[in-house]
Every structure is written in C-alpha cells, then in structure tokens.
Design a protein around this ligand. Structure first.
Ligand SMILES: [Zn+2]
Length: 332
C-alpha cells in the first residue's frame, strides 16, 4: 500500500469482505433484506477495488459462483489457479470466536485472489482441522489427521477435474502445518499438477515477529498476533474481557479430564499420571495468552494481513508463471 488513504480504503474493503466471507450475503450484512437483493444488480453493496478494477468480492469464491459463471471462466482460459484455505474450529481463549483460523485463512485467500482477478478461485475452507491438543477446552472440534488430509486431497482432485492446474493450500492453523507439509509430496505425485502449501504467517512473521512477540516464549495462539488480526478484520468476533474475569473462572487444563478427552489428548502424544497431564505449565500458558491478547491493536492486524496477502498473491503468481511455462513446482 503506497499511502495512508490507500491503506484505509483497503481495510474498509477487507472489513466488508470479512462480513460476507463466511457465507452471509453481503447485502444482508449491510442491512438490506434478502428479498430485495434478487432484483438488484450483482455488484450492489460492496465493491472491492483491485489492480484489475472493481470486482465483487464474492466473485472469487468458488461456492458463490453459479455453474454458468464457473463454466464461462473455465472456458475463457482465464482460470489459472485455486487457493484452498485450511483452518480449525477451536478454542481461542476467552475472547475470540472459534472460527478464527478458518476465517483468517479464507479472508487472506480471498483478497489475494482478488488481487489476481480473474485468474484465481478460492475453494471452500476446510471445515475443521487437526487440533486434538485443544480438546480439553470445550467447543473445539478436531478431525483425525487422515480425515483432514483426505479432505484436502479430495477437494484438490475435484479442482483438477474442473481444469485447475495450480493449487496453493493456504493454512491458518498451527496444528495443520506439519501434516500438510508431510503430505505435500504425496499430493503432488498423486495429482501430477503444481501444488504448494504454506501457512499465512510465513509471510507476516519475517518482518513483524519481534514487534509482536514481546514475551520470552512467544505464545501466538489467541495472543497479540491473532487478536490483532481480529481487531482489524473481524471486530464483531472479538469479545471484551478482563483478567479479573479470567481469574474468577478458575480454569484448569492440567487435570480433571473425562476419559473421552484424555483419549483425544493421547492421540497427540500426551501422557497422564493420576489423571494429570504431562504438559506442565499448561494453565500458566493459557493465562499468558489471555494477557498477551491485551496488547492487540487493529493497526498491528492490518500490517499482518497486508504482508500475508502480498505473500500469498506473490507465491500464486509465481506458481502460475511456472505452470504456464510448462515447469513443475517448485521450480528448481
Ligand atoms: Zn488460531
């Protein structure tokens, strides 16, 4: 972003997109009754200015297109790549709605696709991810590792069948990172197309880590980093809290688990002695995350998002160039 005004406009658009990113029609999000939207021109409500002009932000989301729109895009030869966001539905301490990792990865994918419009389509984000170690906090959902990886492979093979030859998996959840990286060679050899995978913070961390992670042992989960992104893009998903409230809840994540919960934790290599988990300091860690969240600022979130979007758009652009040149990815 070249200047302040430009940046402010950009984040106004990010917020508009965020309001509509997870399925609610944008017209509804901005207060227009559903029945009125039928007769409205398609681009009413929120427009996103991209280097390629004004584009409705829904246009790059595969599931918001009709079959006619997808078919025409495919037949025009303009569809070059897809981004597949992966996330998790899991606890993000006391203050963040659990959709965080899915919502953030989807938003970044959507904005990067808009920057490359009309060449990139965003596949639906993974509904859940691999997060058994969060299961002690109620509300968290996790897939088995093999279910999660099979889901990704299945979606990618459909995209391939519909003409996509370049796919970027954009991950938004720490626990998914290694399973995806380990499966990447298999994905590539099974599908025989150009595939890459990375987590969005790879693009943001390099420049900003030191500024965000002030604590000696960084605890980015639900702390300053992610809470700042919420403050910038999803303020309606952020709840007010105080440390007094936190302490008053007397939370305990080190013992007292049901046999079912123990089983999920064991899946991730945890062991128990007299019902007490081996990971000592878990309660302290949880409290520190809550405290770090108080450092969150929307400006910090804007910087992280800008960097991450730029990182993803750049990567996909390079991948498309490789595919067009008949080279396999990564180009050696
Ligand atoms: Zn998260």
């Amino acid at each position: 972003m070249q200047n302040q005004d430009h940046r402010r406009g950009f984040f106004k658009r990010v917020k508009l997109m965020a309001a509509g990113a997870m399925g609610a029609p944008l017209a509804l999000a901005s207060g227009v009754p559903a029945q009125e939207t039928r007769s409205l021109p398609s681009a009413r409500g929120s427009l996103a200015k991209t280097p390629n002009g004004f584009v409705h932000p829904h246009r790059v989301l595969l599931w918001e297109n009709t079959r006619k729109e997808y078919r025409e895009l495919q037949e025009s030869g303009q569809l070059k790549a897809a981004i597949l966001p992966t996330g998790s539905i899991e606890q993000h301490n006391e203050h963040m709605a659990m959709v965080a990792d899915v919502a953030i990865a989807t938003l970044i994918s959507q904005k990067a696709a808009l920057d490359l419009y009309p060449h990139v389509i965003v596949a639906p984000p993974s509904p859940c991810g691999y997060a058994p170690y969060h299961m002690a906090r109620p509300g968290t959902l996790t897939l088995r590792k093999e279910t999660f990886l099979a889901y990704i492979l299945d979606v990618m093979s459909c995209l391939k069948a519909h003409g996509v030859r370049t796919i970027m998996i954009l991950n938004g959840h720490g626990g998914n990172h290694h399973p995806i990286q380990e499966a990447l060679p298999k994905f590539r050899s099974e599908l025989g197309i150009n595939i890459d995978a990375d987590s969005y913070w790879t693009g943001a961390n390099r420049e900003y880590t030191s500024q965000f992670m002030r604590a000696k042992q960084p605890t980015s989960h639900a702390g300053e980093f992610e809470t700042s992104i919420y403050a910038a893009a999803f303020p309606e998903r952020l709840r007010p809290f105080t440390m007094a409230d936190y302490d008053h809840a007397h939370l305990n994540y080190e013992s007292g688990f049901s046999p079912e919960i123990q089983e999920f934790l064991r899946r991730d290599g945890r062991t128990f002695k007299n019902g007490r988990i081996d990971a000592r300091g878990e309660n302290k860690r949880d409290r520190r995350r809550q405290e770090e969240a108080l450092l969150a600022r929307p400006e910090t979130g804007e910087k992280i998002l800008s960097k991450a979007i730029e990182f993803v758009a750049d990567r996909v652009k390079q991948m498309i160039a490789a595919t067009e040149a008949g080279k396999s990815w990564p180009v050696s």
